[in-house]
Design a binder for this molecule. Structure first.
Ligand SMILES: Cc1cc2nc3c(=O)[nH]c(=O)nc-3n(C[C@H](O)[C@H](O)[C@H](O)COP(=O)(O)OP(=O)(O)OC[C@H]3O[C@@H](n4cnc5c(N)ncnc54)[C@H](O)[C@@H]3O)c2cc1C
Length: 749
């Protein structure tokens, strides 16, 4: 996180062909005193030029994807994937569906275009629009597999796919789709079955395919499509889709099992809600400088914009060339210099993948085809997309100044903590059944009226660059201690440190942090009743929580250091099961994320897991009579399990193969990435681990010491109760047992 808050915020709405360039430039030379915020509806962007190649099997899916999580974290930019609903131009704010608005000093909008399709057709399950491209393959594959199976049952009937749209996209998809269908049919579960024939028809509203192409290229394209058995129907529009046919605007029908929609570009509906000037088709109108024609610091790029008096077709080549102009203009705008004008190129190389190792193309009025054309296309496309895929991650921990982790990875070591607490001579206060000496998840005090209250506090350096997300995580993390005790949080006090900066910047940061936490407090019925803020070097957030026990019984974690500890009887090995309710790995993934090494896929799973409240699992365990329960946080599974065993006459047997792990955690741990608290955890707990049948070389072993932020609950339940708990808590996993085979208070592997 920054040491002082940046003066300016630049927001990119949509990260596609143009904006990816800005993020890349930011990675190389960020503007001083500024922050870059990227708003995207998906954590990946798709390079459309390679989508047909993915269908044809020329590329793996990842090759056409730009991982925005990695790109943004390598660039030090904040990525937000919450849906945008509009703009408040007077206040210069972007508005969101759920989170508070974000202020901008400069905004650039590039959310591409959508295929032109009426709402009725778009909502028909048989119609598969080409966008969003990020989900296109899944949306295509599922119905295709269903249709392939149907066709096998009706032996001899071909699979009929209609592609609507005869632009570059539709034509390339028509060339490449048959190979995708063949690859599905060759899958092991399908391979034994007879292969149905596949018939592709390309329907185009204009008189000729690819109206922007030269007639020389058009002729080659049409011949080439026909040679491959693809039927072309020009001059027709689809007006309706029924069970197994499409109806054309002249009333005729065509058999169709699936309709793939790749028509010309239409404006995304959001554009109409932004309050910015539009062209006659509904795209945002700009000056040649790419700045909107409205007097606000808003730029519009790629398919989303139309330049006044010099409109060009909606094509990626223009979007790509606008990148450097936009980058210059962002800097010009802040330095008070005149803006550069973008001049669309008059000619550009057009290359179309035929999916069979050849391509068709044109430059000006010269058309060509062949394997060399495909090689050229492949070289251009792969080189282009790799610029955004191979950005250097942030440097790994360097010995002089190791990168410190945030979230629960920023805790001090358990050795230091317990050594200090052990030396304290804190008086044992009356009316404190569970206090410092018991070292449980929460303290418990008795009021004069005899009621008991659970008190707990938690705070840490903001685990994410996104303050709203950090606020949500901090609230969930703080409440988790109360749930682990078997108590309902009723009120919370905030503890927040903000870096110095302009007051409006501090206010915005504070608002994002608090609104995030409120989203979670509202869900659990907890009132935020006060707090304290201070200035410091980095953003720190946490809460102290007051909670009411659900009933007489409180769940405990170990006997603490007081032999006469109050609470349930000692842990018994009588068939007792150890259960973990969430996968491990948040520490290593957060560390990797800070270094730009956490992929979008891993990041999504990480955030989803962290944002899952432990409340339902805790409540279920408590209702089933659980006496021993704790939440796994900074000291990792090993540390918290050892706390659970402290002072007990039993040991625990862990089965490493059964540990639930977040995707990516094993790979990252094996590559040497670890949270900054990990070495201290390992050192503190290593001696209390006995190797019986497992060993330290198991890939899951390092995750025993991984500090967890918003980790799962560790619950001990009798076997028959465990079965009921697992049936009511589907994400929970049995990870071992309580035994009396090892030394008391130790973990056996
Ligand atoms: C199959 C196919 C092949 C093509 N091949 C070529 C080709 O070979 N050459 C060529 O020049 N053009 C080609 N095109 C056209 C090209 O894809 C577009 O012109 C180009 O993508 C436009 O770039 P952009 O940056 O404007 O938008 P995009 O690259 O589409 O980027 C927009 C981004 O914004 C995101 N987004 C959308 N809505 C929101 C929202 N509400 N909030 C936040 N984010 C949002 C999207 O997920 C996307 O990542 C092809 C199109 C298709 C369909």
């Amino acid at each position: 996180m920054q040491q002082t808050l940046p003066e300016r915020t630049i927001i990119l709405l949509g990260v596609g062909h143009t904006h990816a360039h800005i993020v890349r430039m930011w990675a190389m030379a960020p503007l001083p005193e500024s922050r870059l915020v990227c708003l995207s509806d998906f954590p990946t962007a798709t390079y459309s030029g390679m989508l047909p190649g993915v269908l044809a099997g020329n590329y793996r899916r990842e090759q056409m994807e730009i991982d925005l999580v990695r790109l943004c974290s390598a660039a030090g930019a904040l990525l937000i994937t919450d849906p945008v609903t509009g703009l408040d131009l007077d206040r210069r704010e972007v508005l969101f569906q759920e989170r508070p608005p974000l202020e901008f000093d400069l905004l650039s909008i590039g959310i591409g275009s959508v295929p032109k399709v009426n709402a009725k057709l778009a909502s028909d399950a048989r119609v598969v629009p080409i966008k969003p491209m990020q989900t296109f393959l899944e949306r295509l594959e599922t119905p295709l597999l269903g249709k392939l199976n149907e066709k096998r049952e009706q032996a001899g009937t071909p699979l009929r796919v209609v592609i609507v749209g005869g632009g570059v996209g539709g034509v390339e998809v028509a060339f490449c789709l048959p190979r995708f269908i063949a690859s599905l049919a060759r899958r092991p579960e399908q391979a034994e079955q007879p292969q149905p024939d596949c018939r592709v028809t390309l329907i185009h509203g204009g008189e000729e395919l690819m109206p922007d192409a030269s007639s020389a290229l058009r002729r080659r394209v049409e011949r080439s499509l026909r040679e491959r058995g693809i039927e072309i129907r020009s001059g027709h529009r689809v007006s309706a889709v029924s069970r197994d046919e499409v109806q054309l605007d002249d009333g005729t029908t065509l058999p169709a099992d699936l309709v793939l929609w790749s028509t010309g570009a239409a404006p995304p509906p959001l554009l109409g809600r932004l309050g910015l000037p539009l062209d006659e088709r509904g795209f945002l109108l700009t000056e040649p400088t790419l700045k909107t024609t409205a007097p606000v610091p808003v730029f519009v790029v790629g398919d989303t914009g139309t330049i006044r008096d010099q409109p060009v077709s909606k094509a990626g080549v223009y979007a790509v060339r606008q990148g450097p102009v936009l980058w210059n203009n962002i800097r010009n705008a802040f330095q008070g210099r005149p803006l550069d004008a973008y001049r669309p190129q008059r000619r550009f190389l057009k290359l179309l993948n035929r999916g069979d190792g050849t391509a068709l193309g044109e430059y000006g009025s010269y058309a060509f085809e062949g394997t060399w054309a495909w090689r050229l296309k492949d070289w251009i496309d792969v080189r282009f997309v790799e610029k955004y895929q191979l950005l250097k991650p942030m440097p790994m921990n360097d010995e002089a100044e190791p990168m410190r982790c945030h979230g629960c990875g920023s805790k001090i070591s358990s050795t230091s903590l317990f050594r200090t607490l052990g030396e304290l001579d804190a008086p044992v206060a009356a009316g404190v059944p569970i206090g410092l000496r018991e070292a449980d998840d929460a303290a418990v005090i008795e009021t004069r009226g005899g009621d008991r209250l659970a008190l707990t506090t938690d705070f840490f350096s903001a685990p994410f660059e996104d303050p709203y997300l950090s606020g949500r995580v901090a609230a969930l993390h703080a409440m988790s201690d109360a749930f682990a005790m078997g108590a309902r949080p009723t009120s919370a006090m905030a503890l927040i440190t903000l870096p110095p900066g302009r007051s409006s910047r501090q206010e915005e940061l504070l608002r994002q942090l608090i609104e995030g936490s409120l989203a979670e407090f509202r869900r659990s019925g907890t009132a935020l009743v006060g707090g304290h803020t201070t200035e410091g070097l980095e953003t720190v957030i946490g809460f102290s929580i007051v909670a009411e026990p659900w009933g007489e019984r409180l769940c405990r974690k170990g006997q603490g250091r007081r032999a006469e500890a109050q609470g349930p009887s000692a842990l018994s090995p009588q068939p007792s099961t150890l259960i973990l309710t969430k996968p491990l790995g948040t520490g290593v993934l957060l560390a990797a994320h800070r270094q730009g090494r956490c992929s979008a896929e891993w990041y999504q799973a990480l955030v989803e897991s962290m944002l899952a409240s432990v409340e339902p699992a805790a409540r279920t365990a408590w209702e089933l009579g659980a006496e021993w329960m704790t939440d796994v946080t900074g000291f990792g599974l090993a540390g918290h399990l050892l706390e659970l065993l402290r002072g007990q006459p039993v040991s625990a047997r862990l089965d490493l193969a059964r540990l639930p792990l977040l995707p990516g955690s094993v790979e990252l741990a094996a590559s040497g990435i670890a949270s900054s608290l990990w070495p201290a955890n390992r050192e503190a707990f290593w001696d209390q681990i006995e190797f019986v049948s497992g060993d330290e070389h198991h890939p899951a072993f390092p995750l025993l010491f991984d500090p967890q932020t918003c980790g799962g609950l560790l619950v001990v339940l009798e076997e028959k109760i465990a079965t009921e708990f697992l049936s009511r808590t589907p994400d929970a996993t049995v990870i071992g047992q309580i035994t009396n085979t090892g030394s008391p208070g130790t973990i056996e592997i």
